[in-house]
Structure formats: C-alpha cells, structure tokens
Design a binder for this molecule. Structure first.
Ligand SMILES: [Zn+2]
Length: 485
C-alpha cells in the first residue's frame, strides 16, 4: 500500500522490515475519563489500517500502551497529573480510576468494531524496563540529573525536530497552560524521563529507582513498551495529530539515542474531529461519548460509517445533522444488501477484480470513502447474489461495518414477520367463502408493508378505506384480524 508518512511528508510505499510482517504501535488512551468520539476516530482509523494491512496478506503484530501513570494535563511536563485529577474528581484511587476507564474504553471500541490490539500493556506494568532504558540513556550521556528529576537532553541528538519544523514547535513549548517553565531544563525542549521531586507530593503511585522514589514521565512509556515487545525496528507508529509534537518527537529522540540506529520508518497520524465550535475536548461543550450517541438512539456503527466517509488526513466536523445523514445512508445500504437473497455461484473473477480495486483505492493512502463507493458499485453489477455477498464480505473485512450480519438479521426479521402474518391469516379462517376475503387480505398486506416502510399515512388511509366499506381491522400479535360491522 501507499501511505502518507509524517516523517517524509509524502505518500510513500509502505515497506516493512520483515516481509509480510507489520510491527505496528499505537499510542493508547490515558485512562482518567471516558474517551470522546474524537479520540475514538483515531483508534477507528488505526483499526481500518490494521485490517487493510491484514487484507493485503500481512501478519500485523500490534502493540498499544495504556497510560495509567505520569501523563500531565499538558503534554510538555506541566499541569496536573491526569490520573490524579480523575481520582480526585471521583473520590476513588488512581488504580480504581484506571481499571474503570480502561474497561469503558474497550467497551466503546467493541461497539465501534475496533479490534483490541494483540498486545496491550499498562505503563504501571513496565516500570523496571523504563528504569533500565533511562539508566542506559544516562550512561550514554543523553540524559541528566537536575533538581531531583532525570531529563532527556535534546541538544545531544543529531536532529531533534524530526517530524515538524523547528520554529513552529519552539513557539509551542513553554506557552502551554499558565505554568512557568521548569528551570532545571538545560534546553527548552528537554523533557522529564523520571520524576522524583515534583509538585505532586500526593502522587499515589511511586516506585523505587536508582534516583529515589518517583514515577516515570509519559514519553518514555511508549518507546519502552514498543522496544520490549517489538524489538528495535518498528514499521509503523500511529496516533492523533496532537501526538506529533512533543510526544512522538520525544519518542524518536530517546528511542534512537538508546538504540543507536533509526527506529521507526513510517508515522501515521489521524486528524482531529471538531465540533462546530472547534477542536473537540472533554472539558468544553457537550461531552460526546459513544454512550451518549446510543442514548440518543444512534447506532455506534453509523458513527463509524460517518468517519469512513471522510479521509483520515482531513479534520472532520461532527454535527448531529451529519450523523443523521450517515445513519440514513448506512441503513439504506443495509436494506439494499438485505434485499439480496443468497443464491448462485460465486464468480471468483469478479471478486478478484474488486480485490484489485480495493488495493488501487483504499490502498492509496487509506481512502475509506472509496471503499464505500465500491460497495455501491457491486450492488449495481449484473452478477449472482452470492458474488455480490462475497465482494461485500471482502470490502467489509477492512471497513468493518457488520454489513452482512446486519442485513441478514434484517431479512430474517422481515421473513419472520411475513410468516407470522401468513399464520395469522390462516388462523383467521372465519371468512371462508366470503367473496371479499381476498380483497381484504390484500389490503391488510399492503397496510403492513406501509407500516414497515414507516408510511403511517398510507397505512391509516387503507384502514379508513376498509372502514368505509364496513370492515373493521384489529391488530393482534403476529397479524391483523378483520370483521364486518
Ligand atoms: Zn505514545
């Protein structure tokens, strides 16, 4: 496949270190609150990427961290500790907060058909590894001790600003929040690897280290968890665009300093989901979660469809109107698939052609909207139903919209209703010999179809027409009975 690479700023062929095997790392959630649907857009696009790489015949080994310690409200070592903030808010311990929101995160993912990565590692399970890497960075002269903390010295790496431009990032450092800059830092962009002296005396989770009791900085976590589980060569590292600086920039600096060679070739970043007021956040406006969408009657997979309609490298604006449109389109697609009765031979040549179309379109920088277009294309083709279903199955192995499952369930529902109705009519044999029975039963069937299509005006009109002829309808479980006035 070809994929935009934040490191080279071009759409590059995606080439792995070992053929047909992808070492993929995704920055996981900081589990101090529910994920909002903007965070989940990133995980969803990473999931589509993993599924696409699998579709192309690769074995994807995907690793994700869970941040349950050390992430401050600013990504640049300032502000409050997010986990502690969550614990205070809910009057629970940090471990309780972590366990609760970790589970909530994976529940949301499941509803959105986001697969759980093969390896999921909480930061608190890897403290020994963090310490070992920090010790090595100190030995090699890439880190220093100041004011009780251990810092990474960004002036020691050949090139620090690997992912973005120097000038733009310099401006961002030190202007975040209202917190004064850390005077222990030798260079503006240096970052904490290990805290011992911090303003968080109340920090619940602390570990012994060669530098005193303390806790790790946030950035070291991803580098260590990846290197431990994936070795020294990573094929692709993923996250949201707000991870590019400083988080991913720092990850590259410390990993390459530790390894002594280039670490990860390909960087994949998903753009923001905005609401109508700007970038979505947990603290302003409506807190948009998967459960809120469900409460409002939306299918989480309609939100997935909404996201797949646009490109991951463009900011997407969320609105209920947009979600309503996506819901309509998603339901229409399922209804069309439900109307295909499985039959006939699968034409493998057609499936092969669509496989090539997928590689040409979705494989070109993960163009998911083109994947949806291919679904509509196959529905229009003059091929057997089973060929259509095979192609839909193939495309949906990447898009993961549960299309065949939902369509089959809908068809079964309709068939069951029709069967129940036929039985109800059969049971209602009191009209044997009535010359108008056939006319009345046809009208009842038409009324049922109108109700199914939510055309209630038509359904009411049919009832009124029959009433004018002296025929009264009564809805009973599984059908409709009729009698003369
Ligand atoms: Zn990370």
């Amino acid at each position: 496949m070809k994929l935009y690479n934040t490191l080279t700023k071009t759409v590059d062929p995606f080439i792995t270190h070992t053929e047909n095997r992808v070492e993929m790392y995704t920055c996981g959630p900081t589990v101090y609150h529910f994920a909002h649907i903007g965070n989940l857009r990133t995980y969803m696009m990473e999931d589509v990427l993993e599924r696409y790489l699998t579709f192309e015949g690769n074995t994807v080994h995907r690793v994700m961290n869970i941040t349950d310690v050390g992430h401050l409200t600013s990504d640049a070592d300032t502000g409050e500790d997010k986990m502690l903030k969550g614990a205070k808010r809910e009057k629970k311990t940090v471990m309780e907060i972590g366990a609760f929101y970790r589970e909530a995160f994976f529940e949301d993912c499941k509803k959105l058909n986001i697969k759980t990565p093969e390896v999921v590692v909480p930061a608190t399970a890897c403290i020994d590894e963090f310490i070992a890497v920090i010790e090595s960075l100190l030995e090699k002269g890439y880190a220093y001790h100041a004011g009780g903390n251990i810092y990474f010295d960004t002036s020691k790496v050949k090139e620090y600003y690997t992912l973005t431009s120097h000038a733009a990032d310099d401006l961002k450092v030190g202007v975040r929040d209202d917190v004064s800059e850390d005077e222990n830092k030798r260079n503006k962009c240096d970052f904490v690897l290990w805290f011992t002296k911090s303003k968080f005396d109340e920090q619940e989770l602390k570990w012994d280290s060669p530098w005193g009791i303390g806790y790790p900085g946030w950035h070291i976590e991803c580098s260590c968890i990846s290197m431990k589980n994936q070795g020294g060569y990573l094929d692709i590292h993923c996250g949201g665009v707000d991870n590019i600086f400083p988080h991913h920039t720092n990850e590259i600096a410390q990993s390459e300093a530790y390894l002594g060679h280039a670490w990860c070739k390909h960087w994949f970043h998903v753009h923001h989901l905005n609401d109508e007021t700007g970038k979505m956040s947990k603290s302003k406006g409506e807190f948009l979660t998967v459960s809120l969408l469900e409460k409002k009657g939306y299918d989480p997979l309609a939100y997935r469809y909404f996201c797949l309609e646009s490109h991951y490298r463009k900011p997407l604006t969320f609105s209920y109107e947009g979600l309503d449109n996506a819901t309509k389109a998603y339901n229409k697609l399922i209804n069309r698939i439900a109307s295909i009765i499985p039959e006939g031979e699968v034409d493998e040549a057609v499936v092969k052609k669509y496989r090539a179309d997928m590689i040409r379109t979705v494989g070109n920088d993960l163009n998911t909207a083109m994947g949806i277009t291919l679904l509509y294309n196959i529905l229009k083709e003059k091929v057997s139903s089973n060929t259509k279903r095979a192609v839909i199955d193939l495309i949906d192995s990447v898009l993961a919209l549960s299309l065949l499952d939902k369509a089959d369930a809908r068809r079964k529902e309709a068939e069951d209703a029709a069967k129940a109705k036929a039985e109800a009519v059969k049971a209602d044999d009191s009209h044997a010999g009535d010359p108008e029975a056939a006319m009345v039963e046809a009208a009842i069937a038409e009324r049922l179809a109108a109700k199914k299509a939510k055309d209630f005006a038509r359904a009411d009109a049919i009832r009124a027409e029959l009433l004018a002829k002296g025929i009264i309808l009564t809805d009973i479980p599984g059908g409709t009975k009729w009698e003369r006035k």
